[in-house]
Design a protein around this ligand. Structure first.
Ligand SMILES: Cc1cc2nc3c(=O)[nH]c(=O)nc-3n(C[C@H](O)[C@H](O)[C@H](O)COP(=O)(O)O)c2cc1C
Length: 337
């Protein structure tokens, strides 16, 4: 049995597996390894300077000739970033946050350059509005996802509701997929691919900080928390992280609002350029970004699927394993008397 969906043909990939854009961990080495294995790798370009974008595109293209995509988070303007990506020939653009606000040029601009547009949504109604606005591929993200979360519904009820709302526009399922069983499950729900962040965060090619990786690999599905705690640099942005000392101190202080939280303004580490990292900073502490600090106390974005991840593996092996497991699950179900 070979699992393939029409979306695989649309994206030019062999397997219905997409490496979610995972902020600073979505580096060329990771994206290229996923694309080389037949999935779709994604680079995160939010807020980067044109030279950095071009460097990342070049580095990825040096490692793979297969398709890959880019992601932009629209919590702040990303016009220059989009323009640079499109001028450099990017053909798959994924957006997160606020794309559907009036006056946004991002869909038309991508289409004018013949790029496919993806949007991460949290409800069937939003998916409908996205399709009306011209979005080509919908990413339905459940609340169990790691990182920033747009909606409040979990993947199991969200995906079929979104599929029903926008069919035949392809839907990709995000949130909670940790292994091939999850991939088989979302395909059974009508999704045309799985979008995995936490699993690929723990790939060998990911610059996840060793402290984050160690804590994640020791975590169960119950060890993440949904909050808006890490708001320095991106206010009012719900997200899922590992439970840590910063979260526990805030809970012990009876969850005070921003401005009255324990340790606000404290420095918990330093970026490579020497700038201090404040407690409650929104950035993911990757090895490429920070030089020292109390990493345990930072924003350790991780999804509930962490309970299914038991070790680091090369990204290509993750893709192969996901496919083998999903195919075995579906074959087993088909042969059940
Ligand atoms: C470390 C991390 C960083 C993330 N950064 C981004 C990002 O830059 N852009 C984006 O659209 N989504 C981001 N997300 C959300 C993912 O795209 C995806 O929706 C989520 O990881 C899926 O759930 P899972 O973690 O259970 O696989 C991030 C997730 C994680 C875990």
């Amino acid at each position: 049995m070979t699992l393939r969906t029409p979306l695989c043909d649309q994206l030019g990939i062999a397997h219905p597996i997409i490496q979610a854009p995972i902020g600073g961990a979505a580096v060329p080495e990771l994206a290229a390894a996923v694309s080389e294995a037949g999935g779709l790798g994604m680079l995160a370009m939010t807020g980067l300077e044109p030279e950095q974008i071009l460097e990342r595109l070049e580095a990825t293209r040096a490692l793979t000739v297969r398709p890959f995509g880019v992601n932009l988070i629209l919590h702040a303007e990303q016009r220059a970033q989009l323009e640079t990506c499109l001028e450099a020939g990017v053909k798959i653009v994924s957006y997160f946050w606020r794309l559907l606000e009036p006056g946004n040029p991002y869909i038309d601009q991508a289409h004018a350059a013949s790029a496919l547009v993806m949007l991460t949504v949290g409800s069937a109604d939003e998916a409908r509005r996205a399709v009306d606005a011209g979005v080509d591929i919908i990413v339905a993200q459940g609340v169990e996802a790691g990182g920033h979360i747009w909606g409040t519904v979990s993947t199991l009820p969200l995906v079929p509701a979104v599929v029903d709302a926008v069919s035949p526009i392809p839907v990709v399922a995000a949130g909670g997929i940790g292994d091939g069983r999850g991939l088989a499950a979302v395909l059974a729900l009508g999704a045309q691919a799985g979008w995995l962040g936490t699993r690929f965060l723990l790939a060998d090619e990911s610059p996840v900080h060793p402290t984050h990786a160690m804590l994640a690999l020791g975590s169960a599905e119950t060890d993440t928390v949904y909050s808006s705690l890490y708001d320095v640099g991106w206010p009012d942005s719900p997200h899922r992280t590992l439970t840590n000392s910063t979260y526990r101190s805030w809970i012990e202080a009876h969850s005070p609002p921003t401005g009255r939280r324990p340790g606000e303004g404290e420095t918990v580490g330093h970026f490579r350029d020497g700038r201090p990292i404040p407690r409650y900073f929104m950035g993911l502490p990757t090895t490429t970004r920070i030089v020292d600090g109390d990493v345990e106390s930072m924003a350790l974005y991780t999804g509930q699927s962490v309970g299914l991840v038991h070790g680091r593996l090369p990204a290509g092996r993750i893709v192969t394993n996901l496919m083998a497991e999903a195919e075995a699950v579906l074959k087993g179900l088909a042969s059940t008397p």
